[in-house]
Design a binder for this molecule. Structure first.
Ligand SMILES: C[S@@+](CC[C@H](N)C(=O)[O-])C[C@H]1O[C@@H](n2cnc3c(N)ncnc32)[C@H](O)[C@@H]1O
Length: 287
């Protein structure tokens, strides 16, 4: 009862470590998850301030932490759904089970100004397909104030969450949310189309850890080989791209299948901080 937050962190890590939990929804291991849990309960933010970790928690905070820990362990629900918080490009997003938990390696690309792959200064109009929580579109709007962004999703429920985040980040004038099945309801041409579409083959999805079962299936599953949406995007993108435009598309576990099926000159983006399976292709190669 008299432990400092710092000691509690170590205890939480140890308790999590004993359980068969899956990490990968915003945290990568028991240590990361313990930190996220403790920061949430004590209402602290990243980057961690070590002085604050030496504070003593109140009894109410102790109870909240115990409650959160048991829910995580017994239900296996990913932590961001329990705390309604997820971090992407260092921004805090509201999330719940209407949206996929943000974790795309595209975050690193945005933080690096899309370099050396795209000259962002030459990009004016961006379309994000399948925005979910809005994490990609909104992080781009924050990082690149000159961009005009359209973000779509087929899910009305996901768009409700994207709207909450758009309002919280005061980006209603810069990011336009549209309900659309890929390119339907859209007009105009874009310099950049970016998408992290569903790409998990049905059979792979059925064998994923329990944590994934809390996420919307329509954010993950993409038919028998994972290509249902990627194929449609590759095929339908050309009229929506300017001549010197580019498409950046995450294919994740379906990357090998994409390479096998399409004889296209994809550039596979390399990431320093983990993640793979994000391809870039120029408009002129999609025609
Ligand atoms: C993998 S999630 C990505 C969410 C978010 N962009 C991110 O990176 O965290 C895919 C998103 O695509 C949406 N989606 C699925 N089918 C779609 C379609 N036919 N048209 C537009 N969006 C679709 C899902 O609702 C989901 O929000």
């Amino acid at each position: 009862m008299h432990s400092k937050i710092f000691d509690i962190l170590a205890e939480v890590e140890e308790l999590l470590d004993r359980e068969h939990l899956f990490y990968g929804h915003g945290t990568n291991c028991a240590r990361d998850e313990a930190l996220a849990m403790v920061l949430s309960v004590f209402d602290l933010n990243y980057p961690v301030d070590n002085d604050l970790l030496s504070l003593l928690p109140s009894s109410e905070q102790w109870l909240d932490l115990n409650e959160l820990l048991s829910q995580r362990i017994f239900t296996k629900m990913p932590l961001p759904y329990l705390t309604n918080k997820a971090y992407f490009c260092e921004h805090k997003f509201f999330v719940d089970d209407r949206v996929l938990i943000p974790r795309s390696p595209i975050a690193e690309l945005i933080k690096n100004n899309l370099e050396p792959w795209v000259n962002i200064k030459r990009v004016k109009k961006v379309l994000e397909i399948g925005t979910g929580s809005g994490c990609i579109a909104l992080s781009m709007a924050m990082k690149f104030p000159h961009l005009e962004i359209v973000a779509t999703d087929i899910s009305k429920r996901a768009l409700e969450v994207a709207k909450i985040n758009t309002k919280a980040m005061k980006l209603e004038n810069r990011v336009k949310l549209i309900k659309a099945d890929l390119f339907t309801n859209l007009s105009g041409c874009f310099d950049l189309i970016i998408s992290n579409p569903p790409y998990v083959a049905r059979e792979i999805f059925e064998n994923l850890p329990t944590e994934y079962s809390f996420e919307p299936q329509k954010a993950l599953v993409a038919g028998e080989n994972g290509l249902d949406f990627i194929s449609r995007i590759l095929q339908d993108a050309p009229p929506f791209l300017n001549d010197d435009g580019v498409l950046i598309i995450e294919a994740g576990v379906a990357s090998t299948e994409v390479e096998r099926v399409y004889n296209l000159p994809f550039t596979w983006i390399s990431f320093e901080h983990g993640g793979e399976g994000v391809a870039l292709i120029e408009a002129k190669h999609l025609e």
